[in-house]
Ligand binder design. Sequence first.
Ligand code: GLA
Length: 396
Amino acid sequence: MPRIVKNAILTCSWLLLAFSAGAQSKTLAATPPMGWNSWNHYAEKVNDATIRAQADAMVASGMRDAGYVYVNIDDTWEGTRDEKGVIHSNEKFPNMKALADYVHSKGLKLGIYSSPGAKTCAGFAGSLGHEEQDAQTYSEWDVDYLKYDLCSFGDEMAKAGSEEKAHQLMMDAYTKMHKALQKTGRPIVLSLCQYGVDSVWRWGESVGGNLWRTTGDIGDNYARMAGIGFSQAGLAKYAGPGHWNDPDMLEVGNGGMSLTEYRTHMSLWAILAAPLLAGNDLSKMTPETAQILTNRKVIAIDQDPAGIQGDRVRSEGPFEIWAKPLADGSKAVALFNREDTWMKSAMMEVNFRDLGFDGSVKVFDVWENKDLGVLEGMYKTEVPPHGVALLVVSAK
Ligand code: GLA
């Protein structure tokens, strides 16, 4: 073959490769990642059997069919490094590749956890100095998602000498892992976990994050969930396809909140286009919990292809109205009553003009699964304390 033709073919295949790599990184986390994570329910008690059981339950409960796909092992899977520095899982996870195969055989994906520091938050081996090696290992195990938790990297930052240098060090650490993951050629979602330090939403995308935690850890109680969720006002512009604000994993079904409060939790996360990572025991869900987690209309709001995060439109004391623009021109609208639970239900109203609609609109009540028909001007409804009315409003 003449050299010029050979060169042209080579150039073409490189271009194709580069193009598909680019396209791939664009489609990774095109909508907020959905799945399950071990930490909220199992913490350090997670093991191989737990993950298999949760993968089974993800399918049996209808969660997979509702869109939940990642099964994420959080902290405490890490064992020791061998003489070559390769990380091995500990006795709780005898064979990570076999576990990944099992999870994949269910039509699901596997996630794992590490830290840019020497130690993870629970004191297990982190990736400091072994970033490429670890990324390679995850890729050999066929891992699809990495949560990369700052933890003891704070020690490195403390040695930096100045806040600017510490910040740069942290950005470099995340970039390093992003590049290492890219180098494996396997599409692996990168979840930054550093609790929102240094306004991560401003730079998370630039270091390769597909999502970044914007807050400290959630707790299974209304005050903590609401404290985190409602503090997300103003962050909408930083989220979009491939890069999401992450106000932490779901607590729905863990028992510390009422069904009304869990509906509020789920509604707020959907309005925020937040990653939906369930954190309960999926094998023992009540039908009510399953109904909250798998409500197709709520999920559709979260997963809307336009990928626009919602924001607060209005607030008056404990009453807040949030809205999220959807791809078809309609808006998801949530009327939250943050009043304490000993208070009576409140009448809340939303003015359609505040939402950017002129004239009459069509309104659908999501949790009631009820078409409210064509309405003019405003809508008024009763919302219980700690509760929500979740609507989809569209031009007539
Ligand atoms: C931090 C993270 C949690 C969890 C634990 C594990 O606290 O924010 O989500 O990953 O570490 O040790």
